[in-house]
Design a protein around this ligand. Structure first.
Ligand SMILES: NC(=O)c1ccc[n+]([C@@H]2O[C@H](COP(=O)([O-])OP(=O)(O)OC[C@H]3O[C@@H](n4cnc5c(N)ncnc54)[C@H](O)[C@@H]3O)[C@@H](O)[C@H]2O)c1
Length: 375
């Protein structure tokens, strides 16, 4: 079994990675949760498959479990979803030591995590990610939360502000079973590869080489290669979280591509998965780096080719109004003193936090990925 330790004083925990781990979920959760009650919040898509397996494993370890099924949709990542989970927690008479177990992708993890963070001022949380994106990113580092509608933009449209209501709440354990990826739709699987590219761009150029070299085995869901990819990518996230748990500084680098991605992801007409929005967001950030002299066009070509070879989009399918996109960017959590802060990739690998990029350059970067200057 691969183990990654997250050292955060009294909030430390382990990420365990092994195919077949779900069958051992009961004994493993038992190691970090004393109570005999547990709430399993499970993605309704996998409730009868992976959910049933985890439910049995928990019961065999002596847990009395209540099950709350949740449909994983961005629009459902809401305060209404929180109310339903609180009701389930109360109905199950969950106590302060009773764990919430989040089984699913990033949406279930974020929503169940926020419920665990706030119910009775905080109960133990166990993350069991079942998408690549959640394995390499969302299950690690304790960001939890829901979306909330933004005030209307210049065109009068109301879109969802991503993850605007939430908290930091570290899990007690992350159980990662790469074999659960075998049931994931290929589009949802590919979406997670965008976060792996992001990690490589921020901290480890050799991860980008790994993705290039092994792209066929990755697409074929070779579990050996996937386990390596998950471990390498998760280690990058883990090390940045350990340096800066609450995003006072360096952790903001993990938002590379996200300031752009978060405003296109909620636009229904674009029909983008989170990782697809991140892929286009990475391309917009790369364009911004070229416009501000941080990257060369050869870097842009190489990174775009990598994203495309992994089956990820690099441009918007429909033109969206640039003023609307920039207006929505102003609600990003990194805005400081009214200024949009961007994470921009730099020559030779790595990225930096940049304030005060001229709006006209941000608009040009949007145009570079197909947004509409006239809209
Ligand atoms: N907290 C964080 O640090 C963090 C980091 C990155 C992303 N996120 C959030 O994560 C979310 C995206 O997560 P995601 O990409 O995992 O999407 P998701 O949770 O929507 O899952 C994608 C789809 O896969 C299905 N699914 C999940 N596991 C499956 C499996 N094993 N087999 C078959 N189907 C399965 C789901 O029902 C869903 O339809 C976004 O809301 C994003 O904001 C959070």
């Amino acid at each position: 079994m691969r183990t990654i330790e997250i050292n955060l004083a009294d909030r430390s925990y382990s990420i365990l990675i092994e195919s077949g781990l779900l069958t051992r979920a009961g004994e493993l959760v038992r190691q970090v949760a004393a109570s005999d009650r547990a709430l399993l919040v499970v993605d309704s898509q996998i409730a009868s498959s992976h959910g049933a397996l985890v439910g049995r494993a928990l019961e065999q370890a002596g847990f009395r479990i209540a099950i709350h099924e949740f449909k994983a949709e961005e629009t459902g990542k809401s305060l209404e979803a929180m109310r339903n989970i609180y009701a389930a927690l109360l109905a199950a008479k969950m106590e302060r030591s009773s764990p919430v177990i989040a089984l699913g992708g990033g949406i279930v993890g974020d929503v169940a995590g926020f419920a665990a963070a706030t119910y009775l001022r905080g109960v133990p949380l166990i993350q069991i990610p079942t998408t690549l994106l959640a394995m390499v990113d969302a299950s690690i580092g304790g960001k939890t939360g829901v979306n909330y509608p933004l005030p209307p933009g210049p065109d009068g449209q109301v879109t969802l502000g991503k993850n605007l209501i939430g908290s930091f709440w570290q899990p007690r354990m992350v159980l990662t079973d790469p074999s659960t990826l075998l049931t994931l739709a290929s589009r949802d699987f590919r979406s997670g590869l965008a976060e792996c590219v992001k990690h490589g761009m921020i901290a480890d150029a050799s991860l980008l080489d790994f993705l290039t070299t092994h792209k066929d085995k990755i697409a074929a869901l070779d579990l050996g290669v996937l386990t390596d990819l998950i471990e390498r990518s998760a280690r990058i996230k883990a090390s940045i979280v350990m340096e800066d748990e609450t995003e006072a500084d360096r952790r903001a680098l993990l938002n590379l591509g996200h300031t752009f991605a978060h405003v296109i992801e909620p636009i229904a007409a674009l029909d983008l998965r989170h990782g697809e929005a991140v892929s286009i967001g990475l391309c917009a950030a790369i364009a911004c780096s070229i416009l501000t002299g941080r990257l060369a066009e050869t870097d842009q070509i190489r990174l775009r080719e990598l994203l495309e070879s992994l089956g990820l989009p690099v441009r918007l399918a429909n033109p969206v109004s640039i003023p609307t996109l920039i207006s929505a960017m102003r609600y990003d959590k990194k805005v400081s003193g009214g200024q949009i802060r961007l994470i921009l990739p730099t020559r030779g690998g790595g990225a930096e936090i940049v304030e005060g990029v001229e709006e006209s350059l941000i608009a040009q970067a949007w145009a570079d990925v197909g947004a509409d200057p006239e809209g």
